[in-house]
Design a binder for this molecule. Structure first.
Ligand SMILES: *[C@@H]1O[C@H](CO)[C@@H](O)[C@H](O)[C@H]1NC(C)=O
Ligand SMILES: *[C@@H]1O[C@H](CO)[C@@H](O)[C@H](O)[C@H]1NC(C)=O
Ligand SMILES: *[C@@H]1O[C@H](CO)[C@@H](O)[C@H](O)[C@H]1NC(C)=O
Ligand SMILES: *[C@@H]1O[C@H](CO)[C@@H](O)[C@H](O)[C@H]1NC(C)=O
Ligand SMILES: *[C@@H]1O[C@H](CO)[C@@H](O)[C@H](O)[C@H]1NC(C)=O
Length: 248
């Protein structure tokens, strides 16, 4: 069976959990991926053991470079693949805190799944029983925005696209961390728009750009004229807002 047929037979369950400022933590986005034909608990105990070891080692490694990638297990059937990414501008200690939280929450949220994804403002964590490294994940997508409208959506959208496109190019081709943040003046008054783009570091520059370009178009279509909006995906994230991003 080809891996794409296998993947397409997976039963996907997506839900977002709002952990509202418990522990001062931002929103989290969770997606659990169960096995073929809606069968749960396909995580065997050997898969589970490998997954625990893998998650533990990614927790150790991620704070060093802000990124960790690995797979572990003897037989291909029981081998989890994992990825842990901290946002390009967070400190090593904030990365560690976020990584530990993500690891424990994904285990609680998706205890028996062979695949899972969790994202916070500062980090994201993903694991799967199939090798996903270097492939754009179109299936894990969260879009969100606040309801406040800007006063001139046409100009605002235009400027925001311009900013985010520049940041997408910078993140893809001019950043070893595949991360870029910046701001742009808006014509009216002294207001600005602030933006941020990032990709998981298993992607090539070209795929990073492709992931971000697609996300920017879709985010601005869905969140047309909104003051604050975010896209969180399995391979890239995009955000813009009218106030500066507060460093964690
Ligand atoms: C996303 O889902 C589609 C349809 O279920 C599947 O064909 C595709 O392989 C999936 N992509 C990834 C990267 O998992
Ligand atoms: C799979 O697990 C979910 C959540 O634990 C549960 O609600 C659902 O009934 C289970 N489905 C099957 C087929 O066991
Ligand atoms: C896998 O490990 C998790 C977390 O330790 C546990 O909750 C779950 O029951 C385990 N599942 C299996 C199939 O061993
Ligand atoms: C923003 O605009 C939309 C569409 O015109 C409207 O439905 C919504 O109520 C507005 N939001 C606020 C907070 O005024
Ligand atoms: C990459 O970044 C450096 C330093 O910020 C800058 O000098 C250079 O022009 C950039 N290159 C491209 C292709 O954008």
């Amino acid at each position: 069976m080809s891996s794409s047929r296998l993947t397409s037979s997976l039963y996907l369950l997506a839900f977002a959990l709002l952990l509202q400022n418990v522990l001062g933590i931002e929103n989290s986005f969770v997606r659990c991926v169960y096995g073929p034909n809606n069968m749960n608990a396909t995580a065997t105990s050997s898969y589970n053991t490998s997954l625990s070891v893998l998650l533990g080692s990614m927790n150790q490694l991620a704070p060093v470079e802000g990124f960790a990638l690995g797979s572990l297990g003897q037989s291909s059937h029981d081998r989890p693949y994992g990825l842990l990414l901290c946002r390009g501008d967070v400190s090593s200690s904030d990365c560690r805190t976020c990584a530990l939280l993500a690891t424990s929450e994904i285990r609680k949220s998706c205890p028996n799944s062979r695949g899972g994804f969790i994202a916070y403002d500062n980090c994201l964590l993903k694991y799967s029983d199939t090798d996903f490294f270097g492939r754009i994940d179109d299936n894990t997508t969260f879009y969100m925005w606040n309801e406040n409208n800007v006063s001139n959506p046409v100009v605002f959208n235009q400027k925001t696209v311009e900013l985010l496109s520049q940041l997408a190019t910078k993140a893809s081709y001019n950043s070893t961390k595949l991360f870029a943040a910046g701001e742009m003046d808006l014509p009216e008054g002294s207001t600005k728009v602030y933006g941020m783009t990032t990709c998981t570091r298993d992607l090539s520059s070209a795929d990073c750009k492709k992931c971000l370009d697609g996300a920017i178009v879709e985010l601005l279509r869905r969140a047309y004229g909104k003051e604050v909006a975010r896209f969180v995906g399995g391979s890239c994230t995009v955000g813009y807002q009218i106030n500066p991003f507060v460093k964690a």
